[in-house]
Design a protein around this ligand. Structure first.
Ligand code: NI
Length: 399
């Protein structure tokens, strides 16, 4: 099932993962993690390494196979979470205020193992494998957008990402083409009127009444502006106004949450929410100001790369190792890379009830089944070599 050279890398893979697990650093503070990965890459013999951002780094490995070259980027996030580990493992976190509770230690170790495999087997691919060790996935605005802006994906034909997941059994690849995760956004509407005595409403502009109509009108976005087969949520969850029973207030403030899929729906909701708020407020002699706060956008998988992923996994592990899934809710900043380049993001199961690796992510007792890691390495190794096989068959078919 595994190539002999992949099987042979498992001891390093486990050692690296456990080292990272013991030494977690939170988002934007991955200084030692970055230096440690840099030292391992140097040991492996990787010569071309960029550090365009404060933390995080990029390794460029060039194949020597003859043919038409391409550039494939592979990304792993490297940050931990600000929480205390409650596992009694011998390699538990040594840092009381940080823990790898989302599997990013596994992601980074797998990408290092891939670096070693590619470096030692340069004759097996043509072009460039670009390994992106990304900082700060857990803290918006996140590290991905920073790396993209620094040119991390320039010239790359595709970008691949992987997330370990305790929602699936060890070694199961959970796939979906197209939209995988929702946009996670919110907005605040501040409605300003003219306050005054409750008995003289004609002298006032009542922001509370305007805000009430805005709350109701906002519900028409999902029901009347978005196609019925397009899932979206607009929820007004806070309404603040007034200080006394006999004073018409000057101001009312609404806070709302938005979930949507894909960029066009997201933009439509922002536009309509602004239009409704401003127009309804104006009808009441008030002024509304809407502030939009974007979280991570949707992860949208390229369809051709999704079917190539299926082929790669089925060829290596058999179709039984694959599971088609629906949309998932947690945000993921790999989406910024997918806005920049076609790519594919897969989830790989680490759940094993006997080994007690079934706790949810971000839980102080989160653990991952290390047996899953070799699946991830083999998959990335196979996918990288398929995209960089010297024929550019995939890209030319795509064109
Ligand atoms: Ni994560």
């Amino acid at each position: 099932m595994f190539d002999p050279e992949v099987r042979a890398i498992e001891p390093d893979l486990i050692t690296w993962r456990r080292y990272l697990h013991e030494h977690p650093e939170v988002s934007f503070e991955e200084t030692q993690t970055t230096l440690w990965i840099l030292a391992r890459l140097r040991e492996i013999g990787v010569e071309s390494i960029d550090r365009p951002t404060e933390t995080g780094l990029i390794a460029h490995i060039f194949g020597t196979k003859a043919g038409k070259s391409a550039v494939a980027a592979l990304r792993a996030d490297i940050d931990a979470l600000p929480m205390q580990e409650e596992n009694g493992l011998p390699y538990r976190s040594r840092n009381a205020t940080a823990m790898h509770a989302c599997g990013h230690d596994g992601h980074a170790a797998m990408l290092l193992a891939l670096a070693k495999l590619l470096q030692e087997n340069r004759e097996s691919f043509c072009g460039e494998a670009r390994l992106v060790f990304q900082h700060a996935e857990e803290l918006p605005p996140g590290g991905a957008i920073e790396l993209v802006r620094a040119g991390a994906l320039d010239g790359a034909e595709a970008v691949l990402g992987l997330h370990l997941s305790s929602n699936f059994e060890t070694g199961i690849f959970a796939l979906k083409e197209g939209v995988l995760t929702s946009n996670v956004d919110r907005f605040t509407v501040t409605i300003t009127g003219r306050g005054g005595h409750c008995a003289f409403p004609e002298q006032c502009a009542d922001p509370l009444l305007a805000a009430s109509e805005i709350v109701i009108a906002l519900q028409s976005i999902v029901s009347r502006r978005i196609p019925a087969n397009e899932p979206a949520v607009v929820s007004v969850c806070e309404f603040h106004a007034g200080t006394a029973y006999n004073i018409i207030p000057n101001e009312a403030v609404l806070n709302a949450s938005v979930r949507s899929f894909g960029e066009s729906t997201r933009q439509l909701i922002e536009r309509e929410a602004r239009n409704i708020s401003e127009s309804v407020a104006k009808a009441h002699g008030c002024v509304a100001r809407l502030e939009w706060f974007s979280g991570y956008p949707s992860v949208v998988n390229d369809e051709k790369l999704a079917s190539e992923a299926e082929r790669v996994i089925a060829t290596r592990f058999g179709a039984a190792q694959m599971q088609q899934i629906g949309v998932v809710m947690p945000g993921e900043d790999f989406s910024y890379m997918l806005e920049n380049r076609p790519g594919f993001f897969v989830e790989l199961g680490t759940r094993n009830a006997v080994k007690k690796t079934d706790a949810p992510h971000h839980n102080p007792r989160y653990r991952l089944d290390e047996d899953a890691l070799l699946y991830g390495v083999q998959y990335q190794y196979d996918f990288a070599r398929a995209l960089l096989d010297g024929t550019r068959k995939f890209w030319e078919e795509q064109a």
